[in-house]
Ligand binder design. Sequence first.
Ligand code: RAM
Length: 497
Amino acid sequence: MAHINEALLAKANAHKKPLIQREVAPISVCEIKADSKAFQGLAVKKCSDLTLPLTLAPKESVLLDFGEHLVGYLTFSLVQRGLIVDSPVKLRFSFGEFPLEIAKPKEEYRGWLGSGWLQYEDKSVVFAPYRTTLERRYSFRYLLIERMDSSALTVDFTELFATAQSAVSLSDAAEYHAKDARMQRIYDFSVNTLKECEQDVYEDGPKRDRRLWIGDLRLQALTDYRVFRNLDLIRRCIYLHAACLTEEDKVAPCVFPDSFPYVDDWTFADYSLYLSSCVWDYTEHTGDVTLAEELYDLCLKQAEWVGRDFTVKSFIDWCPGLENEVAFPCVYRYTLAHLKGLAEQLGRDTAWIDSELVRMKEFILSYYDANVGLFVTKSGQVSEHSQVWACLSGVLSQTECAAILAKLPTLDTKFTMRTPYMIHYYLEALVGAGMETVAADKIRTYWGLMLDAGFDCCPEAFNPNDDFESPYGAPEVNSACHAWSCTPAYWIPKLGL
Ligand code: RAM
């Protein structure tokens, strides 16, 4: 059973703010065409501007483009043409952040996430005129409306719009002028991603999950200290993670803020440790130690349980077959440095943390293979993750880190970084090693290719060599607006790009 700290939960809820809403109408009628040069082989072509009423005869369908990525609710009004509706009008609404989501037949879904995440719903309209707002919130740019029934009557949509919502508005974002147009576009779509994911909590991606993940939260908050500086939301989300613990007072990887008991009973140990990093970042960026005072003991508790056993489950990245044996202890040491920083600020005893830092240095270095100059697991696995996290663990000099990171592009391994989340930590390792130029190139190429692929926001997973890669065995449920991918909005200003 979950362990809920009601006092902290009340604090989390005291920081809840109303969302900003705006109405957005679709701008054009379009179609999806096969195009071998387009991302996933599908391109959207505009057919005409959209003007209402929009008429739909039985078995007809129409694809609409809202012109931008939205998170919100669909409202429509329907009237009959001339005669009385003599049998229900059955409509299917399919929402998509990207064309494949609309184009792929729903029955072909084979992913391991619940098929309920597919963004569509059927609506029977028995009497007209009729007006409704669909109950489920969707994350989309495109909307396909299909008339599924065979009755003889034509209907008109006289009203059709989305009520888009976010905790912030783009006009509140700190301005940044990048050095060139491409970097500016990368910066802007990263900011847009962050905005779309700022809802009642920092969602990982508004299309799926509808919950708060601490690994994502850390990167969102880090970016947001500069971009929107939504400190209420940051504090609210940190409190939520501290309030809703698993049975043994472990920080859960995700909190379901709307569904009691708010957490499941499993953990990703690296995610539990990020509580220290979140509180450390908050203290660093606000100069306010009150949160650290409230949560230090809980942060320490996470380090204590993790320090006892490294065989626990951790996340690291969505890379099949990855052994976390090196990367995970490195995350532990990386977050211990944040914990130590907090202890020093609060005047707490650091003796246990200091001894752990020494013990972990020795442990991590035992994985260094001097023959190849790389970190290797006991089974002989060489992954990009082990090298990156070894550099971030603080056990190597800057020169040693630079030597290791310079080898990454030529490593002969299939255990490569798969998510923009992991690539954020790669950028951090590069910057720490004094390799800012390589970091800037990575931002330009990797996120630049996402732009070229046509994304409006930064996707959850992106492999420039495989358009169909999916952590879930089904690219149509990948999220095309994912907060852990928004960190160019952190790095670009930081590096003055
Ligand atoms: C995905 C989520 C989230 C991430 C977890 C580990 O399912 O979308 O972003 O934190 O994986």
